[in-house]
Design a protein around this ligand. Structure first.
Ligand code: 13P
Length: 263
């Protein structure tokens, strides 16, 4: 990928809090991220995806600050008898602009298929949210040499459902399942290889889709972020554990700013 093209792509660092947080600790974390983000918002976009009950809190602290907020999942429906589900429009009412869909934890623990994930991505777009579509292979799949087949099929499910215009508005997060929460990040070279594959697949659908931001997720920390974000096809990170400590999260954001400026 040429440097010029890379510059045109939006650079992101997004925190995925997963099922962590309580009101008091969130207040301190959100405030610290908002304060720290001020010095970076000229170069990169920063976001946090919080547990749904904390959307109002995120909105209260982050409104007017250069930090976007969002949810970790949405329903494929707008309303109805779907106990426990949350509609994209509900998240929008609290100022959310981001929605993670298809995280591997949802695929694994809630049996979410790639088709369902694609439907969630479309629903998010219809409501005005930017879907962060997660894809990634398990360790068994990597060791069997099927990484590209697996992530290619996960991506295709989304590209088959969305129009080119819609697909141009999504963000993809490549998160190898074996790297999530394990402390074992993919190497920068391993991640870059998959990102280059995904970018080529997007461009095959339509050349405009080569600009879809591709984030890497899986044990991103302050000490490996620069190497990852310095790769030609890695446009940022989706951060789990390290997004729960403001210092760690902001250090990762600073690495992304440094990587962007070095391009
Ligand atoms: P960790 O950063 O904790 O490995 O989690 C990554 C992740 O799943 C982000 O969505």
């Amino acid at each position: 990928m040429s440097e010029k093209r890379s510059e045109q792509r939006v650079k992101w660092v997004v925190g995925n809090w997963k099922m962590h947080g309580r009101l008091a600790e969130n207040a301190a974390l959100l405030q610290a991220v908002a304060d720290g983000a001020a010095a970076m918002a000229d170069t990169i976009r920063i976001g946090v995806c919080v547990p749904t009950p904390y959307l109002a809190q995120a909105q209260a602290v982050l409104s007017g600050k250069p930090v976007a907020w969002g949810v970790q999942d949405i329903s494929t429906y707008t309303h109805g008898a779907y106990t426990g589900e949350v509609a994209a429009e509900m998240a929008c009412e609290f100022g959310a602009t981001l929605a993670i869909v298809g995280h591997s934890e949802r695929r694994a623990y809630h049996a979410e298929s790639s088709e369902l994930v694609a439907a969630k991505a479309r629903r998010a777009l219809e409501a005005g949210l930017t879907p962060i579509v997660c894809i990634g292979e398990t360790l068994d799949e990597r060791e069997a040499g099927t990484t590209e087949a697996v992530v290619g099929a996960q991506l295709d499910a989304v590209l088959n459902l969305l129009s080119v215009e819609e697909a141009a508005r999504i963000v993809i997060a490549y998160e190898p399942v074996w790297a999530i929460g394990t402390g074992r990040s993919a190497t920068a070279e391993q991640a870059q290889a998959v990102h280059a594959f995904l970018r080529a697949r997007l461009a095959q659908k339509d050349s405009s889709l080569a600009r879809v931001p591709l984030l890497y997720g899986g044990s991103v920390k302050a000490d490996n972020a620069l190497a990852l974000f310095g790769q030609a096809d890695i446009d940022g990170g989706l951060i789990g554990g390290a997004s729960l400590k403001s210092q760690d999260f902001l250090a990762i954001c600073a690495a992304q700013k440094a990587a962007s400026q070095a391009r």
